[in-house]
Each structure stands twice: as structure tokens, then as C-alpha cells.
Design a protein around this ligand. Sequence first.
Ligand code: DC
Length: 224
Amino acid sequence: MRKITVAVDGYSSCGKSTMAKTLAKSVGYIYVDTGAMYRSVALYALRHNYVSGGVVDVERLASDLDNVAITFAPDGKAMLNGECVESEIRGIEVSKTVSHVSAIPEVRAHLVKLQKAMGDKGGVVMDGRDIGTVVFPNAELKLFVTADAAIRARRRFDELKAKGQSADYDEILANVKERDHLDETRAVSPLRKADDAIILDNSNMTIDEQNVWVMEKFKEACQD
Ligand code: DC
């Protein structure tokens, strides 16, 4: 069977990555988490002191991008210049910096080039914000995932509580809404549904229901 390209875009904390990862595993495709790539560049910028008081030195970071190689280990963990950075890129410092870093046109151009190369033979499920619009505008299957902000905040709250971490629901909800706003209003490649993307609103879906839905869409796309 021919291998297609699956582009998964959507809001933060709506289970996009879990869904994309599960689909890739079920059908034997490569999974690429492009958010992890932006997070890795943010980590690089922090480590090289290109960020000060939340402000990124765009010129210095841009001129150093050729030294930033991002790959994925076979188990999907993000590698920055050969070093596994998977847990560090999920930390609070990177999370705070990444929306500034991902708004820099030179960073986007660098990562989009790497992403296109990773998926140029098909057989890839790539998730992010601009996959169906910029990276793979010709992807055979485009999904745009969303869920009500209050439900996303509740899921994140429950997740943190289950891990025994302290969490404030109102703070999480405010953060979810702020990130939506930043993603939607960014000047370069803002989050936008591609005209031919299928919307998946999983507010009232279980993970199993979602997986069944996605597999159905995948099979349909392979037959077209
Ligand atoms: O999905 P995530 O939270 O790990 O994404 C991290 C950040 O990177 C977030 O601010 C959105 C941004 N991002 C982007 O601008 N384009 C992508 N293709 C993926 C993520």
C-alpha cells in the first residue's frame, strides 16, 4: 500500500501528540513532533545565553542555526546535536521561551526545511501548528484537532494532580487561553486550519473513540 503523509495541527493540550503517536505506531509510520523541535531550539538559545529577560537575541540565534541539528531517536525522543533533550525541553524555562523562539522567521525556515526532508518520502505523521498549511500543503490527510479550552484545562489539571503536583485550575485555564492567542496571532505561520483539513473536536470523545475515528479517516485517505 502506498505511504501517505498525515498532517496533524491544532491547539495546545488537546491530545494531538498522543493521537498522532498512536496513529503512527498503529500503521508503522514515522512520528514527528515538531513542537519538540521548536522546544529544542529554545533550549539551545537558553544554553547559549541568547535569551535575556524573556527577549531573544534574534540576530545571534539566527546566525547560529546551522549548528543546530535536531533529530529523533528510534524511540521518538528529541535529540539536540546528538544529545537526548526530551525531558529538559518539557521544563518550565523552555516552555516559557518557546513561543518567542517559534515566532522568529529564521527559526521557522530552518525547522520547516528539516521537517520537509523528514517527510519527503511519505509514511510520516507530523504534528504541529503549520504542518497542513506550510510544511506539507499537499498532505493526503490533514487533521485539525481542537477541544473546548475549559476541557483542555481540566485534563491538564487532572494530569498534574495524578502526578502529585500542585495545580491551580484557573491559572492553567488562563495559560491555555494565552497560548491559543499567541498561536493564532503570531505574524509568521499562525495556527490556522488548512481549507482541506478535517476538524476533530475531541471535547466529548474518549481516547478510544478518537483512535477509531482517526483510523477511519486514515483508511479513507489511503484509498483516495
Ligand atoms: O506543541 P508544543 O506545545 O510542544 O509546541 C511548543 C511551541 O512551539 C508552541 O509555542 C507552538 C510552537 N510550534 C509552532 O509554532 N509550530 C509548530 N509546527 C509546532 C509548535
